[in-house]
Design a protein around this ligand. Sequence first.
Ligand code: ZN
Length: 142
Amino acid sequence: MGKEKQMDYSYAKATELRCPHCNQTTTADIWLIVDQAARPELIQNILDGKLNSPICPNCSQPLGETDESLLIYRPSEQPPLLFSPARKAAIAEEQAHNLQTLVKRLLDAIGSEEDDWVMEGLKRIHRSQLAPMLSQVSKRET
Ligand SMILES: [Zn+2]
């Protein structure tokens, strides 16, 4: 919609998944970083509970919800970063590692050397609270 090209810092990882219905292996893009400004449709998918729930290309059944840590980048919001750890990442060290990896990737993409704002502007949020939090934001904007 804007005249300038919108930068998109979203990041998806190609992930091999086995379909629980037909047992075929397929590769799906699993989102790990979502840039809210650039990809509102991905935010909507989170609200609908459809993000990272790919459909099997072979039998058209859902492959099942994946469980990955997710970083939401919202440059015009406070806090600007939401980190929702994977449900299975119960170990604090594993969560911290996932967070560091995603934040580093985002900073590299932005070209930002500083990470002070990241740790100040980061909110950890349980996955079940993510959609309610994001929907508050979109209500405020409309
Ligand atoms: Zn299948």
